[in-house]
Design a protein around this ligand. Structure first.
Ligand code: GLU
Ligand code: ZN
Length: 295
């Protein structure tokens, strides 16, 4: 009844090309949207130019098209959204919900990734400083569609969240929350490497008055040694002529049961099979899956 129409998205970072793991994530979010007649958007998360790989943006989009993952509307670029991010940072600072932090990496090292609040009351100037949002000493809980109930204590396990880095670049946590709300995203389907970021994002949504989307975190495809696939581990880019075979393999990784010969069908046939047979409950309930086991 009066359920909001599904809007999903794929949000690649152009620091490298798509690999099998990103294909599995893109396919899952695409099928989850299309199976209910939803919209599916693509957002380029080009927040960090120094880490960008030249040419990756276009290659990512071309790969999605060759793999039959056609998106709705125009691709949005985070590099074009700086004004919105800046406005939000300024507002949070003005409301004293955020503050400037000048701690060096070295100062923070012994705290193992949990910010101990050193600059909370320091009243540093905002320029040449990171900006952090204060987090409450509370546990955040949410129900992931696949992974079940997830809980994280923001104060103890994370600490105050960086929303603008000291070098002036906006942080992923801020941009993702603003853009998901701005684009009206109702459902986020992505890799389980981001499970850990979700409570931060829930908190920022709450602070900014946004509705929470639903979440489904799929298993992360890893190397046999447990490392994430990606540039550093030489996961090869996705070859255009292997789209049907790799999509079929991605369907298997997602626990779907495609017929043997689907791997030799045209790409659009594979995608169509995926949409009509999509069953998110079949996705393995693990945080990781080894790529080598997925033949
Ligand atoms: N840009 C992020 C990545 O490529 C994904 C962000 C998200 O799905 O929330 O890892
Ligand atoms: Zn600090």
């Amino acid at each position: 009844m009066n359920k909001k129409a599904y809007v999903g998205r794929f949000a690649p970072t152009p620091s490298g090309l798509l690999h099998f793991g990103s294909l599995v994530a893109a396919l899952a979010s695409y099928l989850d949207a299309r199976a209910v007649g939803g919209r599916w958007l693509v957002r380029m998360e080009d927040l960090d130019p120094p880490r960008e790989m030249p040419g990756a943006q276009d290659l990512i989009l071309r790969t999605l098209e060759t793999y039959g993952l056609h998106w709705d509307g125009a691709v949005e670029y985070q590099s074009a959204r700086h004004e919105a991010y800046a406005e939000c940072v300024a507002r949070l600072l003005a409301q004293c919900l955020a503050y400037a932090c000048t701690c060096s990496r070295k100062t923070l090292e012994p705290h193992q990734g949990v910010y101990p609040g050193l600059c909370r009351e320091a009243n540093h100037a905002a320029h040449d400083a990171a900006i952090r949002v204060r987090v409450p000493a509370l546990a955040y809980r949410f129900e992931d569609r696949l992974q079940g109930q997830i809980e994280q204590h923001l104060g103890r396990e994370v600490g105050d969240i960086v929303i603008r880095r000291r070098d002036g670049l906006y942080a992923y946590q801020l941009a993702v929350v603003l853009d998901d709300a701005w684009q009206g995203i109702t459902d986020i389907v992505r890799g389980a490497d981001l499970l850990d970021s979700t409570p931060r994002q829930l908190y920022l949504q709450e602070l900014l008055g946004f509705a929470h989307p639903r979440y489904l975190h799929i298993p992360l495809i890893v190397q046999p040694d447990g490392h994430k696939l990606g540039k550093a581990y030489r996961s090869p880019p996705l070859p255009p002529d292997e789209a049907p075979a790799l999509l079929t393999r991605a369907l298997r990784a997602l626990g779907q049961c495609p017929p043997e010969d689907l791997a030799k069908a045209p790409t659009d046939t594979v995608i169509h099979w995926g949409i009509t047979h999509w069953n998110a409950e079949r996705i393995p309930r693990h945080a990781t899956l080894a790529e080598a086991d997925l033949l």
